[in-house]
Design a protein around this ligand. Structure first.
Ligand code: SF4
Ligand code: SF4
Length: 446
């Protein structure tokens, strides 16, 4: 039987063998953590601790008061040593709270558990999700409480739990499904109660047969009415719009959102965080990170506290190999190459991928041979070669007209380009310029 999937996309080599069978290992507590006040899409948090102040694990150190924002919490018990700007894994320098851990204590500040969540009010459950600082843990880091409160004119009739993990190296969600299926499914049930939907799907690519089996068993053991959907292996199937097409054969319109077709999608890690926040009152202060690639000596899946410097985690995994050439946050397709190993794990850090591959230098790019391969690969039906070129020559308006803002930066076009043109870098730059252009137009019009 042919398994479902979406149109277009690519098949990068699979490097999951490094870690897919390794159980998640808890790391020793870090000596210090750096908690960025911006770890999500939306307004940054305002710091609410002072230098010298003692904090507990789970205590709010940055309040996310705006609706589209998310608070950040201390991930250790310790003392605030500094509030200043430090390098963020997404590149820029942002305000962070530097907390020195105090001895071996791990004293938590928990919220009141909502044990009987079935009887709780939807508003109270969603308020809890905001208070716990839960954002999309698949990488997008969009505040979950906002996603779970779509406007009334966008009725939702289906929920999809995203177990694709289509990035070639990552196995954090895979291991979570194998090891924590009940916790994940309870989070899914809480999310579906908040959304008021009864149709729930779990999309998993069929390169994770153990996860598919465990999730099937857990669904039946828990008496849930969720459908586990095995999908063909294809990148970028974990992107929401692609997953919705694969699972439900619904097409999100160009420029639209999943809610335009009545769907909400959440990631595996997000569902686990929801269970912890609701049933145990635990804020989001740790996550599973896949540390992998031929550039690290002992690849592992680790449970890391948010704010732990990359270098500490890499060293706990045996350190970098002599051949290591690049370190990414996330996978090599959509991840960010890192220059500074002291950057902290953030809520969106699904993986730390260390490779001996030096990557393509921009000067190695050859002229476009108009082969159209990038067009065939683009899951968003864009013309990558055209929009990248328009960005390169500064024709921002024309790039906007060709839909550059619809690019999900999946990297499929650059992956297949025989001329090794850095298409995604040009497109990212073009998107920034379109954003600036629109902001300026709005200011001029005000
Ligand atoms: S243009 Fe954007 S969406 Fe299309 S393949 Fe390239 S990176 Fe992906
Ligand atoms: S794949 Fe590369 S060479 Fe082929 S059309 Fe696209 S940009 Fe040009």
């Amino acid at each position: 039987m042919r398994l479902p999937t979406f149109n277009k996309g690519v098949h990068p080599n699979d490097f999951k063998h490094f870690t897919c069978s390794l159980p998640v290992k808890s790391l020793p507590m870090p000596d210090h953590v750096l908690i960025p006040l911006q770890q999500h899409i939306g307004a940054p948090c305002t710091v609410n601790v002072e230098k010298g102040q003692e904090v507990k694990t789970g205590q709010v150190v940055g309040a996310g008061e705006a609706y589209v924002s998310s608070p950040v919490h201390s991930s250790v018990t310790g003392v605030v040593k500094d509030v200043g700007t430090f390098r963020h894994p997404l590149g820029s320098k942002v305000q962070m709270v530097y907390i020195q851990r105090k001895s071996e204590e791990d004293e938590w500040e928990l919220m009141e558990p909502i044990t009987d969540w079935q009887a709780a009010k939807v508003e109270d459950l969603n308020t809890r999700i905001k208070a716990a600082g839960i954002v999309g843990l698949g990488g997008a880091a969009f505040p979950t409480h906002v996603k779970l409160a779509p406007p009334k004119e966008k009725p939702i009739d289906a929920f999809i739990l995203n177990g694709c993990e289509c990035e070639p190296y990552l196995t954090a969600d895979h291991r979570a499904m194998v090891e924590q299926a009940d916790r994940i499914l309870e989070g899914m049930a809480i999310i579906m109660k908040i959304l008021g939907v009864t149709d729930g799907y779990i999309g998993i690519e069929n390169n994770k047969p153990d996860a598919i089996q465990v999730m099937h068993e857990a669904v039946s053991r828990g008496g849930y009415d969720f459908k586990v959907v095995s999908l063909q292996v294809k990148y970028p199937q974990g992107a929401e719009k692609m997953l919705i097409q694969s699972v439900l054969n619904r097409q999100v319109p160009t420029g639209g959102l999943p809610m335009d077709v009545g769907v909400v999608v959440n990631n595996i890690g997000t569902a686990m965080a929801v269970t912890d926040a609701v049933k145990e009152g635990k804020p989001l202060v740790e996550r599973i990170v896949t540390v992998t690639g031929d550039g690290v000596k002992e690849p592992q899946n680790v449970l890391a506290r948010i704010g732990t410097p990359f270098i500490d985690i890499i060293n706990l995994c045996g350190g970098l190999t002599d051949e290591a050439a690049q370190v990414f946050m996330g996978g090599p397709m959509m991840g960010m190459s890192q220059l500074d190993m002291k950057v902290p794990v953030i809520k969106a850090t699904s993986g730390i991928v260390c490779t001996s591959d030096k990557g393509e230098a921009a000067e190695d790019a050859m002229p476009c041979i108009r082969c159209g391969t990038c067009v065939s690969a683009c899951p968003m039906f864009l013309l990558p070669t055209r929009i990248a070129r328009l960005s390169e020559v500064g024709q921002t308006e024309a790039a906007d007209e060709l839909g550059i803002m619809n690019c999900i930066e999946c990297g499929s076009c650059a992956f297949v380009c025989p001329s090794r043109i850095p298409l995604v870098q040009w497109i990212r730059l073009g998107k920034l310029r379109v954003g600036e252009m629109k902001r300026k137009a709005a200011q001029d019009a005000a």
